[in-house]
Design a protein around this ligand. Structure first.
Ligand SMILES: Nc1ncnc2c1ncn2[C@@H]1O[C@H](COP(=O)(O)OP(=O)(O)O)[C@@H](O)[C@H]1O
Ligand SMILES: [Mg+2]
Length: 232
């Protein structure tokens, strides 16, 4: 089943001579359960693409369909709610709230959505990510790798069907990088999630089911690695 689809997606910034075509006609279909890497040079449009796929910003033109719903037909309030329920974001800067504990950070998006968190499920996620014992710590008391795991836990907590990650291992050393990818794969399988991840790390991309190469706002190459366990 196709869970995420973009059709002729364009995002232009500015106008006239200063116009930047950050995305210039991207069409893409992601299968449910797929782990896809987005690679490409700095400034090629990767983050813009991820933001559009997740409905964080409206495109200049084109459509994005998530689980059968064309998301840019929704108004801003509807889109915010849809995003909170369906999509989990992991950014390179962890964006944890420093005065809240790890546990409180993780349940925050669900609480904003007016849902009561399920403590057992949250503990299970923290356990899977190996930071169960850090639940009551403040983010500042954690290492970079642990903070990144907390950010992943937060993305998983609302049980989104899609995880969008923008260089989730960008600030980590190679060992933590391997670990975080392993955990993303594990949790993705465990919780039946589709993962689209931007990475600069070629070795990491090779471990994904599929590598989507973005160049000048277009998809220059889209390759299945063949080693993926989710392949249909
Ligand atoms: N908010 C913005 N306003 C103007 N230009 C932008 C904005 N966001 C991104 N861009 C431009 O769009 C292009 C693609 O950016 P981005 O998607 O961040 O690339 P990447 O993530 O691959 O490094 C770049 O030229 C960048 O400068
Ligand atoms: Mg970027």
């Amino acid at each position: 089943m196709i869970i995420l689809e973009a059709n002729n997606l364009k995002k232009y910034y500015g106008s006239g001579e200063n116009q930047v075509k950050a995305l210039d006609g991207v069409s893409l279909r992601i299968e449910e359960g797929e782990l896809a890497a987005i690679v490409g040079c700095s400034g090629s449009g990767k983050s813009t693409l991820l933001h559009m796929l997740g409905g964080l910003d409206y495109p200049t033109s084109g459509t994005v369909t998530v689980a059968g719903k064309e998301i840019f037909r929704l108004n801003e309030t509807e889109l915010t709610i849809f995003r909170r329920r369906k999509i989990g974001f992991v950014f390179q800067s962890y964006n944890l709230v420093p005065i809240l504990s790890v546990y409180e950070n993780v349940v925050l998006p669900s609480e904003l959505d007016g849902k009561k968190p399920d403590p057992k499920f949250i503990r299970e996620i923290l356990h899977t990510l190996g930071i169960e014992d850090k639940a009551d710590c403040l983010p500042g008391q954690l290492s970079g790798g642990q903070q990144q795991r907390a950010a992943i836990a937060r993305a998983l907590a609302a049980r989104p069907s899609i995880i969008l990650a923008d260089e989730p291992t960008g600030n980590l050393d190679s060992r933590s990088t391997q670990e975080v990818l392993g955990l993303l794969k594990l949790t993705g399988k465990h919780f039946h999630q589709t993962i689209v991840m931007i990475t600069h790390n070629e070795a990491l991309a090779q471990l994904c089911d599929r590598i989507i190469h973005v160049e000048d706002g277009k998809i220059a190459d889209d390759t299945r690695t063949g080693g993926g366990s989710h392949e249909k």
